[in-house]
Design a binder for this molecule. Structure first.
Ligand code: GMT
Length: 375
């Protein structure tokens, strides 16, 4: 198949899912055309069957805001015609689904049929999409995609609750390539001396991640158990977290490692993962931790309970309940046998989201979109 994939090129979330999906499809022999405003961070363009098309937005003094959707639609049209795309798969509704709808209309005018698959990822529905400035356009794009998928049952429920949806929504959960999490050389000594426990958090450090809860939970654990907190990623709340660690007197225990390409390696030496988010449609970072056999302490919001099974792969607690989260963390970390059992369950759960199992579901979705677009 000739497949167009549109997504954000950034580190984390929907962009990673889009990139990993495309690269897997390319390995399977499909020809994949990535369309974005810059090259996706995890994209290996040296691999066969992968093309990258950059969307260029022209600057003009009249524009206070550059019309990115217009440029994106035009690029989709050009790529579809030149490479005879069978389907375009857009990740994150805003503005990709809307731009894809326009591209499909323009192409129809030229006698070319381009089926559109939209995957909803989370904040495009739960935070940004609900905003009155975007709601109507997001609603329209959902209803006019040939097929819509969401990454969890919880996100599907939220979408049906927040919008007037008259389109079917298929749930296809996020996936993980388990092979990436094996045979990593140990680097524990770099971060932990004398058997200190390693607790890890990965995110884009936005408010929704409740970074202050990560630091508070860690501080409570650290009072009872020698430990270090590794903070991976970057974003607006990072400096505040650094100050918080200083105020709590644990600055030397909290290491900010920034955006690193060594996520799998660091997870493989971690003992526990924290994800206390305000909302999370899925929680891909929690799944990555589980693939590295790391139990997770998370909030019980959104799709997190579909990923982190309370009392099995880790524990879940109400948003902001740092007392329960720290008690749960200590329970797991201070009992080696229990820790081993949680690690095994975490890995077993990750296996259910193996890329080999999930990606074929997207291929069936593409077939469905093609059939629906011809009906
Ligand atoms: O918040 C993030 O981590 C980034 C965001 C994105 O859109 O890239 O992530 C969303 O999509 C991920 C991939 O499907 C999900 O795992 C995250 O749970 C979701 N984030 C939220 O819902 C807050």
């Amino acid at each position: 198949m000739n497949i167009g994939i549109v997504g954000y090129p950034t580190y984390g979330g929907s962009g990673v899912v889009a990139t990993e999906l495309g690269m897997y499809l390319a390995k399977a022999g499909h020809v994949v055309h990535f369309i974005s405003y810059s090259q996706p961070v995890r994209l290996d363009i040296l691999e066969p069957n992968i093309y990258y098309h950059e969307v260029n937005v022209h600057d003009y003094p009249l524009f206070e805001y550059q019309p990115y959707e217009l440029a994106l639609s035009s690029k989709m049209v050009a790529v579809a015609l030149k490479y005879n795309l069978d389907v375009v798969h857009v990740h994150y509704a805003i503005p990709h689904a809307y731009a894809a709808y326009m591209a499909r209309q323009i192409l129809a005018d030229k006698g070319f049929n381009l089926p559109v698959v939209t995957t909803l990822h989370g904040t495009d529905i739960t935070l940004v999409g609900r905003n009155p400035s975007y709601r109507e356009a997001v609603n329209f794009s959902i209803n006019h995609s040939n097929v819509v998928t969401s990454v969890s049952e919880s996100l599907k429920k939220d979408t049906l609750a927040f919008f007037d949806v008259n389109n079917e929504i298929d749930v296809i959960p996020n996936f993980i390539d388990l092979k990436l999490f094996t045979d990593r050389e140990p680097c524990r000594q770099t971060f932990s001396k004398d058997g200190e426990k390693i607790i890890t958090h990965i995110s884009n450090f936005r408010k929704v991640k409740r970074i202050h809860d990560v630091v508070d939970v860690f501080a409570l654990v650290n009072q009872k158990l020698p430990s270090v907190l590794l903070m991976l990623g970057d974003g607006p709340e990072k400096e505040r977290a650094r100050e918080q660690a200083q105020d709590l007197g644990i600055a030397d225990r909290v290491k900010f490692l920034g955006k690193t390409s060594e996520i799998e390696r660091i997870l493989c030496i971690s003992d526990l993962f924290l994800l206390p988010s305000e909302t999370e449609s899925f929680g891909l970072a929690a799944l990555e931790a589980m693939a590295a056999r790391v139990p997770v302490i998370s909030s019980n919001t959104g799709g997190l309970e579909e990923v982190n099974i309370d009392g099995k792969t880790g524990y879940t607690a109400k948003v902001g309940d740092i007392a329960t989260m720290s008690t749960a963390a200590l329970e797991i970390l201070s009992d080696p046998q229990k820790h081993q059992a949680f690690k095994a369950e975490a890995y077993a759960q990750a296996q259910r989201f193996d890329i080999e199992e999930i990606v074929p579901q997207y291929l069936r979705i593409y077939e469905k979109a093609i059939a629906k677009s011809r009906a």
